[in-house]
Design a protein around this ligand. Structure first.
Ligand SMILES: [Zn+2]
Length: 244
């Protein structure tokens, strides 16, 4: 057994100094930037660790190997489970104990459903971006963009519903969300930090991974803010002079 494991172990470079043993299933090998098809060439500062030319079955199997997409896939897969769990927790505990109205339940469900769709579209894209058919890759990429739009829509729905409520605690929370979103976007477009350390952040620490984690943080922050305002609304109804 030990011999067998050793035989299928494949050593990859993590950063410029360490070598990590990785178990690579038969049929999956990792490629350098020069070796991958044009459609995958997006970031020259990520020099190695690419999956490419895989059939669907091996794309799915690649979930369990270390490639330059591993953190991207798992960050949003865990993000999906986070929002799924939060959904159950909200529906069974948080909302009932805040004596939430039917509207609150609907808004909260739409918000969390959109977040989960957003996470799953991203997981799908990063899992199947290495598919051997370029058409399939393009479809998944379109779905990833659609997922981002759906995530934003989820924020928007709860934002519109609660933003005009008579308490001024909501505005700073919206500002924090925009700051996180801006920061995430800046990492996304600038390709910092790998731009300054080409080839050293192939597996860990690249801009896209930071963007992914900030996206989860942002949606989580938005969910917490929505729940906070909803609870506030029920504990302190608007004074008559403000509501009209
Ligand atoms: Zn992504």
């Amino acid at each position: 057994m030990h011999q067998k494991l050793l035989k299928s172990a494949h050593y990859i470079e993590l950063g410029s100094y360490q070598y990590w043993p990785v178990l690579v299933p038969r049929g999956i090998r990792l490629y350098t930037y020069e070796q991958i098809p044009m459609s995958l060439k997006d970031n020259p500062y990520i020099t190695d660790g690419y999956r490419a030319y895989l059939p669907s079955r091996l794309c799915i199997k690649s979930l369990f190997i270390l490639s330059n997409e591993t953190v991207n896939i798992w960050s949003h897969l865990l993000g999906f489970f986070l929002f799924f769990t939060l959904g159950i927790y909200d529906m069974t505990s948080v909302l009932p104990s805040a004596s939430a109205s039917r509207e609150d339940f609907v808004i909260c469900s739409i918000c969390l459903f959109c977040f989960q769709v957003c996470m799953l579209c991203s997981v799908g894209y990063h899992l199947f971006s290495c598919h051997r058919s370029e058409k399939t890759c393009r479809r998944w990429m379109a779905l990833d963009y659609a997922g981002i739009s759906i995530g934003i829509l989820g924020c928007y729905v709860s934002g519109v519903f609660y933003a005009f409520y008579c308490n001024n605690d909501f505005a700073p929370r919206v500002v924090v969300m925009y700051v996180i979103a801006l920061l995430a976007f800046l990492f996304y477009i600038s390709k910092v930090p790998e731009r300054y350390f080409p080839g050293q952040l192939n597996y860990l620490g690249s801009s896209h991974q930071i963007w992914h984690i900030l996206a989860v943080v942002m949606l989580y922050w938005w969910h917490q803010s929505t729940v906070y305002v909803m609870q506030y609304r029920h504990s302190k109804p608007c004074p008559d002079s403000v509501s009209h």
